[in-house]
Each structure stands twice: as C-alpha cells, then as structure tokens.
Design a protein around this ligand. Structure first.
Ligand code: PLP
Length: 395
C-alpha cells in the first residue's frame, strides 16, 4: 500500500530519525580501549531518566521481561514471601514469573481496569509484624488495560508500616513518558525496556536499582548467570559488559536519553498528558468508555477503549490494519475482542495522534459502529486547538 504504515500501538513505539541515524553505524569492537567513552555517559543519562541518584542501572541485551527476571534473581531468594497484584496481562505475567521462579507469592486479584490495590497493600504490610514479605511488587502502568497506579502510595504504605520490604516496580510503559521518580518513591528495582518511552527498537532490558537493592543483592540466594549484578558491575564499572552488548541500541539510547533530557522530563510528562487528553476527548465523543475504571487511573501512555457488547474490537483492529495501513493495539487475554488500544507514547505529536484517531474512527464506522464521522476526531481537534476550552468559556 502506498504511504506510511502507522504504528499506533503501545510499543514498540516510533523511533526518531535522530536515533535511527545514530544506530546506523558499522559494527564496532566492544573491547576497544575507547569503548567506555560511549558507554559510561549512557549509564549516567539513563539513571537521570529514572531519577535514581543513589543506585545504578543495568543494561541487558534482553527485553523488559529479562529485567523483571533480573530484579527477582538478584535481590531475592527461593521461597521468599512477596506481595503482588494482578489487574491486567502484564501484572499477571510478572506474578506468573515470580511463582514459576519459586517465590511464595501472596497475590491480590483485582478486576481488570483497576490498579494496584494500595489500601489492601497497606493493610497486609501493617499486619506483617514479623516482616515476612521480602518484596512488594507493583505494575506502574498496566499496558493491557491503560491503567496507571499510585507508586508513591505504595511507598507510603511501606513507610507507614515501617516495613523494610523492597519495592519492585514495572515501569516498562511509563519510564521516559509519564512521571516516574525512583528516588522520591523509594523504588528499589525499576524495570523498563528499550521499545517504549526510550523510543528504541526492542532489545534492551533496563533495570534501575537503588542502593538498598544492591545491599539486598549481597545475601540474595537465587542462582544467576546471564543477569548477574556481580558480573555486570565488574565490567560496567570500567565501561564494558560481561558479554557482547547490543552496541547499536546503546548508541541509540545515548541519543534518545539526550532527547528526553533536553526536552526536560517534566515537559515530556506534560506532552504525554496533553496528547492523552486529546485521545480521551475523542473516546468520550464516540460515546465509548475506557477500560480503566476511574479518571485517576487513566494512563497517559495508552488508552484501552472498550467496544459495545455486540461488537468485536478485533474487527476494528483488522480493518485499521488491512484497509488503512495502521496498527492499533489488540486486547490481550481477558479483554481480547473487548478493547482496542491506542498507544500514545514516545516520539509523538498531535498530528500522529490525529492519525490514530482518524483511522480508529474510520475503522469503527466500517465495522458498523454507531459512530458519527468527525465526532471523536472533532473533539480531539477542539482539544488540541484550545477550541474546546473556548467553547466552554463562551457557554
Ligand atoms: N511490562 C509491561 C507493563 C509491558 O507493557 C510489557 C510489554 O509490553 C512488558 C512488561 C514486557 O516487556 P517485553 O515485551 O519488553 O519483554
């Protein structure tokens, strides 16, 4: 089909030209004496994106799932009791991994569309006088349902209970896009990947750890090799890696971190809020609802849009793909067929969001939805141009 193919999924996200060009270099020697000149500043920049001033970051040639595993293996021991919650496909998969790795997982099941049950966490932590929980897990941004959870609230729950458990946070679809403050929230292991807010191809598992996680590592008893902190630190301290690094992606990461830090993290977060609000204006005008249960859970990086009960979201997604050259995100597992997702994160502006909304609107109309041409797109235009605000002032 002529014209661009539009990628409107919540990761992998669009790779900026500057980043792509930075990666378009000949293979190079990862043991060369000047290699640390490339790598050392990257570690520092990534730490800044996480707002981690006390610990360090690990960059694995894996994906986010690898960084989930690295966090567990390096800081915990088989049989350790941990607190987790499931409210979407990714929180579900992390819990599944923890169970399969041999942790004693106390898992709180919530309806999909809810977020981390902070009050239940607080109750359990207060009741745990003997400090049996060694870690508390939280998925910051549940990409499957478009839900952002209150990580500062989880930290408060730990502090109020005077509980020493580690705080493990999945920031795969939040870091580098929406507010994430590892220092302020006391996050011990913050997991991410290269293909979302970092605006890179998939291929890096990024793990940012606190000094307490490094302390816990000294007594953690899981067997480990590929993800071993010791092996990484021994080499990273000199700017090298224990095995072949994904050098081209590291080159991209250097530039993508520059882009995020030059724009300013607060501005990046505000841009995502602005773009997400445009999407939400469209959803509202279409007469549809988000999967996220309440406005305080709405994610600024991805919207999971619930279709009417007599419709199948897969028809919208397949029409968007085959007729309009556009990928919208599918519903995963329990919400398969019930939602389609629009990713609005990474290297993105209003025009790109309007493409996603225009295609979603056309595909819904093609699929027989009762959606008026121009309704959602019109609402987004009004939002982006400020016309919505002007109309309100006049009314
Ligand atoms: N956690 C969240 C919130 C995600 O969205 C994803 C992937 O989309 C993952 C974890 C898994 O990351 P990866 O696919 O990079 O292994």
């Amino acid at each position: 089909m002529p014209g661009y193919t539009h990628l409107c999924i919540p990761g992998p996200t669009n790779v900026p030209e500057r980043v792509r060009m930075a990666m378009n270099v000949a293979m190079q020697d990862m043991r060369a004496p000047d290699f640390p000149e490339l790598t050392k500043p990257i570690f520092e920049k990534v730490q800044k994106v996480f707002r981690n001033t006390s610990g360090r970051v690990f960059l694995y040639p894996s994906s986010g799932t690898g960084a989930w595993e690295a966090a567990i293996q390096n800081t915990l021991s088989p049989g350790d009791k941990v607190l987790m919650s499931r409210f979407g496909q990714f929180s579900n998969l992390w819990a599944d991994m923890a169970i399969r790795m041999g942790l004693d997982v106390d898992v709180i099941d919530c309806e999909w569309g809810e977020g981390v049950p902070v009050e239940k966490y607080a109750e359990r932590l207060k009741a745990d006088k003997t400090h049996d929980y060694k870690a508390v897990f939280a998925t910051h941004n549940e990409t499957a349902t478009g839900v952002t959870s209150d990580i500062a609230g989880v930290r408060r729950a730990l502090d109020d209970a005077n509980h020493p458990a580690l705080l493990m946070v999945d920031g795969v679809s939040s870091v580098g896009s929406i507010e994430f403050d590892q220092d302020a929230w006391g996050v011990d292991c913050a997991v991410s990947g290269s293909q979302k807010g970092f605006m890179l191809p998939a291929g890096l598992g990024i793990l940012s750890v606190s000094k307490w996680a490094l302390e816990a590592h000294k007594t953690a008893e899981f067997g480990r090799c590929f993800f071993s902190f010791e092996d990484q630190m021994k080499h990273n301290d000199n700017g090298y890696f224990p095995y072949t690094p994904a050098t081209q992606i590291l080159r991209g990461l250097d530039v993508s971190c520059d882009m995020l830090l030059d724009e300013g993290l607060e501005n990046v977060w505000a841009r995502h809020r602005h773009l997400a609000s445009g999407v939400r204006a469209a959803v509202d005008a279409w007469g549809l609802k988000l999967c996220a249960k309440r406005p305080e859970l709405w994610s600024d990086t991805v919207s999971a849009i619930v279709v009417p009960e007599d419709k199948d979201a897969r028809d919208v997604i397949s029409t968007a793909y085959s007729r309009y050259n556009t990928s919208l995100g599918t519903g995963l597992d329990k919400v398969m067929g019930k939602v389609f997702r629009i990713g609005h994160l990474g290297w993105l502006n209003e025009g790109m969001v309007m493409t996603a909304l225009g295609v979603a609107e056309m595909a819904m109309i093609d699929a027989g939805f009762d959606v008026k041409p121009g309704s959602g797109t019109g609402a987004a235009v009004a939002h982006f141009t400020g016309a919505a605000g002007r109309a309100q002032t006049m009314a």
